[in-house]
Design a protein. Structure first.
Ligand SMILES: [Zn+2]
Length: 270
């Protein structure tokens, strides 16, 4: 079979789409979790994160190196302390981080987004990157993160009653926004263009990552709150409840079937 990243015909591994390490806080004592979706009618336990034959051994190793950096950083963001990172601003609803390894951090996030898009598993069907799927494949294969304004990333931290909560993975449908840009030219005034851009998002380890699907260098993006090449990142904290809307999967948590399966989990784990 062909590796989806390097396209070599070789033995493929059962690769996690979202790395197993980000499921750690989700499993109960019996290593079970429940997958919720707005359409789900039959809830059942899942014993392991979703896997699929996607990558060869080498490509899997490449991803796991980036994931280890990302996990270490996310754990430290969660604890608001670190041996490697600095937190010049630590306020109740806002954290400023310094010292992030831009290359590894960004490649890890882009690699998860790419895997969500490449996956043919029905649970990940929300993610379809179109032409950007192959553009990201080239970036990941090269192993050099693109400039901060290309596929820029914004990060939000989730709290439940002010407590950080790494125990949730969420997926979101794409959101389309309109952005304008100006191509430098000799015409006065310079020509302005408008383009529709997609924002893709997912939540792992208590943080939601929003990625602006843009590789147009002329697009003006105010990068203040995005991941910077310098290793700076501004993170806003948000109560998970603020995500609750009718089209959000969080609205399912009050449903009877969800309550029943959660109670079963608690009873059987004790
Ligand atoms: Zn490969």
């Amino acid at each position: 079979m062909y590796c989806k990243l390097c396209l070599k015909n070789t033995d493929l591994r059962e690769s996690h789409i979202i790395p197993e390490t980000f499921y750690e806080e989700i499993y109960d004592n019996l290593h079970r979790m429940v997958f919720l979706s707005l359409k789900d009618t039959k809830l059942k336990f899942i014993q392991t994160g979703i896997k699929e034959k996607l990558l060869c051994h080498n490509c899997e190793q490449r991803f796991s190196r980036w994931e280890n950096f990302l996990k270490r950083d996310l754990v430290d963001f969660g604890n608001k302390k670190s041996k490697y990172l600095k937190f010049p601003i630590l306020e109740e609803n806002f954290i400023q981080v310094e010292g992030i390894r831009y290359n590894e951090f960004k490649l890890a996030i882009l690699s998860i987004l790419w895997r969500l898009s490449v996956s043919s598993h029905p649970y990940h069907c929300l993610y379809k990157l179109g032409i950007h799927e192959d553009k990201l494949r080239h970036i990941l294969l090269k192993g050099i993160a693109p400039d901060e304004s290309i596929y820029p990333i914004i990060v939000t931290r989730h709290e439940i009653e002010k407590e950080f909560d790494p125990g949730i993975i969420m997926q979101f449908p794409p959101k389309v926004v309109k952005k304008s840009f100006t191509i430098p030219s000799h015409t006065i005034p310079p020509k302005r263009f408008e383009q529709l851009l997609t924002i893709e998002a997912f939540t792992i380890w208590g943080h939601t990552f929003k990625i602006l699907i843009n590789d147009n260098i002329f697009m003006k993006v105010n990068l203040e709150n995005f991941l910077r090449k310098s290793g700076h990142l501004n993170i806003k904290a948000q109560e998970l409840i603020e995500f609750m809307s009718e089209d959000s999967v969080l609205s399912r948590i009050y449903d009877q079937d969800v309550n029943n399966i959660y109670e079963k989990m608690i009873d059987e784990s004790e």
